[in-house]
Design a protein around this ligand. Structure first.
Ligand SMILES: N[C@@H](CCC(=O)N[C@@H](CS)C(=O)NCC(=O)O)C(=O)O
Length: 212
C-alpha cells in the first residue's frame, strides 16, 4: 500500500492521523501542493482529479477521498475501532463527518480559496482554472463562525464529537479546527470553552501529537 500525503493540507491530514491512531505503518509519499506537484502529469496519472489523499492498494487500485480511505482501513484493521461499533454509533460518526465537512471545512475553504493570492484561478480543487469570487470569502467567514458556535454548543453535553468516546469524527473536527486557525488567523476556541476543552484533549493524544 502507498499513501499520497501532503503535510500542509487538511484532507490528507485526516488520513495521516487515522493511520497513526490505528498504529499502522504505510509507505508514504509527500506531494508538495505548494509547488503544484499535484498538477504535473506524473501525479495526474495517479489521480486525474489532482487532489490528495490517495491510497494505492497492492493490486494497483487507487482510492481517493479521506472518508472512503479511512473506511477501507477500518475494515482491514477493525481495532482500535474509530468508525463506530454499532449502527447508532456508525451513523453518528458519519453524521458529524458531514456536518463538520459541509458547514465547517467548506466554509473555511471558501475563505482560503477565494481570498488568498496563491489560489487565483484555482478557486476550486482540481485541474480546472476557476476564478475567485471575493464575496464567497466573506460568506465563508460568517458560516465558519456559525459552525464553531454549533460545535461548541454540542460539546457542552458531549465529551467527544460523536458521543462518549474518541472516533474518526474527532479527527475530522480537529483537523478542520486547525485549518481554520491557520486560515482565519484567529483561534476559534477563544471564548468557546467546550470547544477548547475538546481541542486540547484531542491534541494531547499521543498518536495525534506524533502525526500532526
Ligand atoms: N473530498 C476529498 C477532498 C480532497 C481535497 O480537497 N484535497 C485538497 C487538499 S486538502 C487538494 O488536494 N487540493 C489540491 C489543490 O489545492 O489544488 C477528501 O476528503 O479527501
Amino acid at each position: 500500500m502507498k499513501f499520497y500525503d501532503c503535510r500542509t493540507a487538511p484532507s490528507p491530514q485526516k488520513v495521516r492521523l487515522f493511520i497513526a491512531e490505528k498504529g499502522l505503518e504505510i509507505d508514504t509519499v509527500e506531494v508538495d501542493l505548494r509547488s503544484l506537484e499535484h498538477q504535473r502529469p506524473e501525479f495526474l496519472a495517479i489521480n486525474p482529479a489532482a487532489s490528495v489523499p490517495v491510497l494505492e492498494l497492492d493490486d494497483g487500485m487507487r482510492l481517493t477521498e479521506s472518508l472512503a480511505i479511512c473506511h477501507y482501513l477500518e475494515q482491514l484493521h477493525p481495532e482500535p475501532n474509530l468508525m463506530g461499533r454499532d449502527a447508532r454509533e456508525q451513523a453518528l460518526v458519519l453524521m458529524w463527518n458531514d456536518i463538520q465537512t459541509f458547514e465547517g471545512y467548506l466554509a473555511v475553504q471558501e475563505v482560503l480559496r477565494n481570498a488568498h493570492p496563491a489560489f487565483q484561478r484555482r478557486a476550486l480543487v482540481g485541474p480546472e482554472p476557476y476564478d475567485q469570487i471575493p464575496a464567497l470569502a466573506e460568506r465563508g467567514r460568517l458560516r465558519s463562525a456559525r459552525y464553531f458556535e454549533r460545535l461548541d454548543a454540542h460539546l457542552a453535553s458531549s465529551q467527544w464529537v460523536a458521543g462518549p468516546r474518541f472516533t474518526y469524527a474527532d479527527i475530522v473536527g480537529f483537523v478542520y479546527l486547525r485549518f481554520a486557525t491557520r486560515t482565519l488567523r484567529e483561534d476559534p476556541t477563544e471564548g468557546r470553552a467546550h470547544l477548547r476543552r475538546w481541542r486540547d484533549a484531542v491534541a494531547r493524544r499521543p498518536a495525534i501529537e506524533s502525526a500532526s
